[in-house]
Design a protein around this ligand. Structure first.
Ligand SMILES: *Cc1c(COP(=O)(O)O)cnc(C)c1O
Length: 237
């Protein structure tokens, strides 16, 4: 996709506007309402001062993939920000994470789901939960296989403190966004099967990143996680 030529901080507002316009256009192409798609600005590695520029430009939802960084940034930025956790969560960091977020996209095992449920119960919290599914079957990626998700679903649905929103995936990277489309379709179809099996609603699909969010929207994404297209290229992660 088109990028601004530099990553000077003053470009953040312009890039955000550009991404929002593309989200609206992708939604219009497939007869969806732009309002039904939530843009999560992925601020990992981005210093709080630059995140603040995105807040000034009207962005309210941000996502981080590491608990330490999430806590540090949440502490420095206004309480009006809604934080989402999108990275692998270790059991010993659940309590910390719940200090600043009740929205976890990266529930990548039944065991982690049970641990979060138990701690949320102790603390009287309800967690908005996405089950992370490894649709590409890559060894390097977290998440349940689609088959394992179907097997575990009844148990997962029975965890009272987890309010399942839907599914999340990080598909295999391909520079051609069209090549990623089958992974988005697979996540949506798994969602449909889990809804039917559980007699439940899973309205949200967390899928699509900077280079493929438009295709993800065409396949039903409701939460797109966009980092570098807003904040510029990262050195790592
Ligand atoms: C980093 C990250 C993103 C955003 O990636 P970009 O390509 O910079 O948009 C989205 N989802 C997860 C889980 C990430 O770790």
């Amino acid at each position: 996709m088109m990028e601004e030529p530099t990553d000077h901080p003053s470009n953040i507002g312009r890039r955000l506007e550009h991404v929002r316009q593309r989200i609206a256009a992708a939604a219009a192409r497939c007869g969806r309402r732009a309002d039904d798609i939530r843009l999560l600005a992925v601020s990992k590695t981005v210093p709080p001062g630059r995140v603040a520029l995105a807040i000034q430009a009207g962005q309210t939802c941000f996502a981080e993939n590491r608990v330490q960084e999430l806590l540090a940034k949440a502490g420095e930025l206004p309480d009006s920000v809604t934080w989402h956790l999108i990275g692998h969560l270790q059991g010993n960091k659940i309590r910390k994470a719940l200090e600043v977020t009740r929205r976890i996209h990266s529930i990548d095992s039944a065991d982690l789901a049970r641990q979060i449920d138990r701690i949320a119960d102790e603390q009287g919290l309800h967690i908005k939960a996405w089950l992370q599914v490894n649709v590409g079957g890559e060894d390097s990626k977290f998440g349940l296989s689609p088959e394992a998700a179907e097997v575990a679903w009844e148990t997962l649905l029975g965890l009272p403190r987890l309010e399942w929103q839907g599914l999340m995936t990080v598909p295999p990277f391909d520079p051609d966004p069209e090549a990623v489309r089958p992974a988005f379709v697979a996540l949506r179809q798994l969602r449909d099967r889990l809804e039917a099996a559980g007699g439940c609603r899973l309205p949200r699909l967390s899928m699509g990143m900077s280079h493929d969010y438009e295709v993800a929207i065409e396949e039903g994404a409701t939460d797109v996680r966009v980092g570098s297209a807003i904040f510029g290229a990262r050195a790592h992660r």
